[in-house]
Design a protein around this ligand. Structure first.
Ligand code: PMP
Length: 392
């Protein structure tokens, strides 16, 4: 039976996180493992209204096949938001609506990567990107991310030592570490990439969820030609619609559209219409403020509890936005062993391993604060602190 499967798929492991989430279905476990947005904040009533409006006013069009590029008014809305929020000039023709930004990654892999091609990724890096580019059998070159961004010296060496087609980065409130690249770091990275062919993929699903600190400029400001932007409504509206987008220059866009056509013809048009109607008739900014006010409190509760209860030689990030925080234990502590013990104490997290391309043992772990209320966070961190103390 195995003979029917491609090497491409046989070599890609199942998502480790999906496996872990199964364990945490047990309701008595306090889970900091999931990477989900908080469902209590979904704008259910507003989306119901928008859906009814689409049905009542334009049902037949909304239920028909549509264009590969996506619903033009939605592309125009996205382009306009880049102008107002980021001071970035984006033409609607540069926007392709995708099935979540995850599909954006897949399309970029399809369009750019031959087997063995070099891809630079952050370490730790987004698991979903590692999985997608693995399907295209790329050769990964991990570059460490530090508190201020990617390690520029190592990036420079890696760029000189290979022929990277893609450099994948999540510069705002990174998944998994929660860190944000400083402006100086962005400028230094852009300088390194300036005269190269390498495409920088700026994946930014969390950028709008900034609770503190100052907004940072997109890489597109510094590297306009070679930056591809990925965006998504998953974390600011709802993930189930699977509506995201890619912004890319014309010649890249042409190829992406062909790849998208071959993949699924177009993104779910009905949901594009609903989300556009929702955006047209409601204030997304007010909704984002609501999400941020809740996440900020939970982030604060987690940081405070960590400071109060974790041993002092355990390092953690202090994210200015997003959904995640990253913990580094003393080097000799295995986060997988810690995980197995933590589950017995009814608290869960994601061990760092899947966020690295070639490490089996790590002393790091990801905690998500998006879906757990402040009191439960305090309780969960106390449980975790107790387990950590057994190991250090
Ligand atoms: N990129 C990053 C960094 C993510 O964390 C996620 C979701 N976990 C995605 C992309 C995919 O998001 P979606 O496909 O829902 O837009």
């Amino acid at each position: 039976m195995n003979d029917i499967f491609s090497d491409r798929i046989s070599d890609v492991p199942r998502s480790f996180i999906r496996e872990i989430l199964k364990v945490t279905l047990d309701k008595s476990i306090i889970s900091f493992a999931g990477g989900l947005p908080n469902r209590d904040l979904f704008p259910v009533e507003d989306l119901r209204e928008a859906t009814m409006h689409v049905f009542e006013h334009d049902a037949k069009d909304a239920l028909q096949y549509s264009t590969t590029e996506g619903y033009l008014p939605l592309r125009e809305y996205i382009a306009e938001r880049y102008a107002t929020r980021h001071n970035l000039k984006v033409d609607p023709s540069e926007v392709l609506i995708t099935s979540g930004s995850q599909q954006g990654l897949d399309l970029l892999g399809k369009v750019c990567l031959n087997e063995g091609d070099d891809v630079i990724i952050e370490e730790p890096g987004y698991l979903g990107a590692i999985q997608t580019f693995s399907v295209y059998r790329s050769t990964f070159h991990p570059v460490p991310v530090m508190d201020e961004g990617v390690d520029v010296d190592i990036l420079s060496d890696v760029l000189d030592s290979c022929n990277a087609k893609l450099f994948y980065t999540v510069p705002n409130f990174q998944n998994p570490s929660g860190i944000t690249y400083s402006e100086e770091n962005r400028i230094a990275v852009s300088r390194l990439l300036q005269d190269r062919q390498t495409l920088l993929i700026e994946d930014d699903p969390y950028g709008e969820l900034r609770f503190m600190g100052s907004e940072k400029k997109s890489f597109r400001h510094f590297l306009p030609k070679n930056t591809v932007l990925l965006g998504s409504f998953s974390k600011i509206v709802v993930p189930s619609f699977r509506i995201g987008w890619i912004v890319a220059r014309e010649e890249v866009m042409e190829k992406l559209v062909i790849a998208k056509q071959a993949t699924d013809l177009h993104t779910n048009y009905f949901c594009q219409r609903i989300i556009h109607e929702y955006l047209r008739t409601h204030s997304i900014d007010d909704h984002i403020e609501l999400i941020k006010s809740v996440y900020l409190k939970q982030r604060q509760a987690m940081v405070d509890a960590i400071k109060a209860h974790f041993p002092s030689d355990v390092h953690h990030t202090e994210p200015e936005g997003g959904m995640f925080l990253w913990v580094s234990l003393p080097v000799n502590v295995s986060s997988v062993n810690l995980f197995n013990r933590a589950i017995e104490e009814k608290v869960a997290f994601v061990p760092g391993n899947p966020f690295y391309v070639n490490r089996h043992e790590t002393n790091t772990l990801r905690l998500s604060f998006s879906c757990v209320d402040e009191k439960t966070i305090e309780e969960g961190i106390e449980r975790l602190a107790k387990v950590i103390r057994e190991f250090v």
